[in-house]
Design a protein around this ligand. Sequence first.
Ligand SMILES: Nc1ncnc2c1ncn2[C@@H]1O[C@H](COP(=O)(O)OP(=O)(O)OP(=O)(O)O)[C@@H](O)[C@H]1O
Ligand SMILES: [Mg+2]
Length: 373
Amino acid sequence: MAVNPFKPTAGANPPQLVGRDALIDEFLESIEDGPGAPGRLTIFSGPRGIGKTVMLNAVADQVQANHQWVVIHETATPGFLDRITRTAGQQLDPKRRRLTGVTLPSYLGGGGLSFAPTPEPARSGFRETASLLLDQCEAGQTGLLITLDEVRTSTELAQLAADIQHLIREDREIAIAFAGIPSAVNELLNDQLTTFLRRADRKDLDDVPLADVAQALQATITDNGRTIDPDALSTAATATGGYPFMIQLVGYHIWRKSTGDHITARAVAAGVQQARTRLGSLVHAAALRELSEVDRTFLLAMAQDEGPARIADIARRMGKDTRYAQVYRGRLIAAGMITPAGYGKVQFAIPYLRDYLIEHAAHQEMSGRGEPT
Ligand SMILES: Nc1ncnc2c1ncn2[C@@H]1O[C@H](COP(=O)(O)OP(=O)(O)OP(=O)(O)O)[C@@H](O)[C@H]1O
Ligand SMILES: [Mg+2]
């Protein structure tokens, strides 16, 4: 039996990357345009599961395949700058690598002299190593792309930004693609230590068009030896809400639920149900855990409306004034949980989040309080 081609796993490359061609092309153009192209410093931002990590993978694969650049992938957890430096050092050919270590001439280090060499200050050495690697790349008409996932402010990030700023100013063949959730990216861009990053090209990733989703589901299914009814396909595409993580979950579960080589409406109904359950435990629960209690109360108040909710109604349900609710509106937009939906209104940014909130225990806290209507 054919292997399930869908990849409902964080960071796993999907069988088809839906709706991101224009963004990838733009990044590739910046590589062709040469040093100084603004896209060479790009930040991909968006809520959990929107496809930030696979975007980094996609641009890196293309830059590697089309331009033979050296690519270094890292995640911005502590120690990342050392890890990047080490990886860059490993890419150096042995002749150049020797230059990175400080070798004292024997008449200095060879004993007899009473002073010790000043120890290297505790800094990254990133800039030096990257410069050597860039010499090597540029000699072969290529360059260096660094991707850094899950960015947030830190002294290490400030150091990296300062070093990159120098390398860009020196017109080196370097590009860097960052990814992070909006709140972390906002914080980074507001940080005085990383003002340089404000000139980065920020790309806010969004849901993708349903027509593209349907096409990708269909192509993936037929490329892997199965077929699907047109009606069933349209139901499946609609159920994804255009949310990338859900594309993989729906695809994966409708494939699993089908018994033969043909995916029926019945298999789609069962698969979509399963996908929604998985979305709840994989995405909703994780996203809600990162929020404060008041944030969650705001979302619960909002979930009482079927469509977009008015801030004024949310405030009233929370028993607070509109100004108070506005603060949490801003926080939740930055956290990628909600988006503005016309004047004075907001909507959920992740499909089925409303249903999840209603179905889960926290709901009782809120309904216990009651709503004066
Ligand atoms: N454009 C896309 N088309 C189809 N599937 C996609 C697309 N983008 C992402 N996916 C799928 O969605 C899931 C989530 O992608 P990814 O891990 O890149 O999200 P993320 O934004 O990095 O999430 P997080 O903030 O949790 O790290 C993966 O299963 C991936 O294969
Ligand atoms: Mg990610």
